[in-house]
Ligand binder design. Structure first.
Ligand SMILES: NC(=O)c1ccc[n+]([C@@H]2O[C@H](COP(=O)([O-])OP(=O)(O)OC[C@H]3O[C@@H](n4cnc5c(N)ncnc54)[C@H](OP(=O)(O)O)[C@@H]3O)[C@@H](O)[C@H]2O)c1
Length: 242
């Protein structure tokens, strides 16, 4: 099961996994976009809000009925705003925490019994290099992704004896159509994020890494993978040309 499947990295991950023959349940809120992806890839579209308990229960029932899963890929998430901590919007911070942290937790909590019962379960959480170093204007996103990262580490320790593998993929700058737009609210500001960066990562680049990590033999745990474009040697060092 792949969440965040209606755009960007999640959508690319559904494409990458179905192309390799995986049966994929594709989850996000926007049903129309999922239906298009279903028609294109053969993935099974299940519209759901991962932060809503009723939706998560419905999702679990549907997937259980269909035969269950062995791999849960939590990609749904994102950023809202670039305010300083002093000017923070409570609404934006709550949104980031609700989706990145609580949404990821709710899916893991619901599906863990199934993953344990399978005997070789995998959870992959998509965090961010925002969890590795804070930056000005990143406080809310830094906090949410750090929390998601901490939860991933705890889960790995807790589930090792149940043979559930727990992987974290932390990308740096990825060009996706909606991420910066949703964060900053307008196209011009969103374009500035990538301005002059010749080759940011693409969604397909990250999807390839996700596919590799979940396809490796189950005893191989790529427990934390950091992936950046060459132009971004660190969060604070981004090569922009022109
Ligand atoms: N782009 C980057 O530079 C970058 C870098 C590092 C990490 N990341 C992380 O990578 C992940 C994907 O980012 P992206 O760039 O692909 O952004 P994106 O295109 O905005 O994708 C976000 C996905 O999450 C889904 N989503 C949001 N809220 C949801 C909810 N309540 N329930 C279910 N699905 C929900 C969205 O679908 P619906 O709106 O249809 O629900 C969408 O499919 C995020 O966790 C992001 O924080 C991105």
């Amino acid at each position: 099961m792949v969440t965040g499947a209606s755009s960007g990295i999640g959508e690319a991950t559904v494409r990458a996994l179905t192309a390799e023959g995986w049966t994929v349940y594709a989850v996000a809120r926007r049903a129309e976009r999922l239906a298009e992806l279903e028609a294109e890839t053969g993935a099974v579209a299940i519209p759901a809000d991962i932060s809503a308990d009723d939706d998560v229960s419905r999702l679990l029932a549907r997937v259980t009925e269909a035969g269950g899963i062995d791999t849960l890929v939590n990609i749904a998430g994102g950023a809202r705003g670039a305010d300083t901590v002093g000017q923070a919007s409570t609404e934006d911070w709550e949104w980031m925490y609700r989706v990145n942290v609580l949404g990821t937790m709710k899916l893991i909590r619901a599906f863990l019994p199934m993953l344990r019962a399978h005997g070789e379960g995998t959870v992959l959480n998509l965090t961010s290099t925002a969890a590795l170093a804070p930056y000005e204007g990143g406080g809310g996103y830094n906090a949410a992704k750090s929390a998601q990262q901490a939860m991933t580490g705890a889960l790995r320790l807790e589930e090792a004896e149940n043979n559930v593998r727990v992987i974290e993929v932390a990308p740096g700058l990825v060009y996706t159509e909606e991420f910066a737009l949703n964060r900053l609210g307008d196209k011009q500001a969103a374009q500035k994020v990538y301005q002059g960066v010749e080759k940011p990562l693409t969604a397909a680049d990250v999807a390839d890494v996700v596919k590799y990590a979940v396809s490796a033999p189950h005893h191989v745990n790529l427990d934390q993978i950091v992936i950046r474009p060459v132009a971004q040697a660190a969060n604070h060092k981004l090569i922009r040309k022109g």
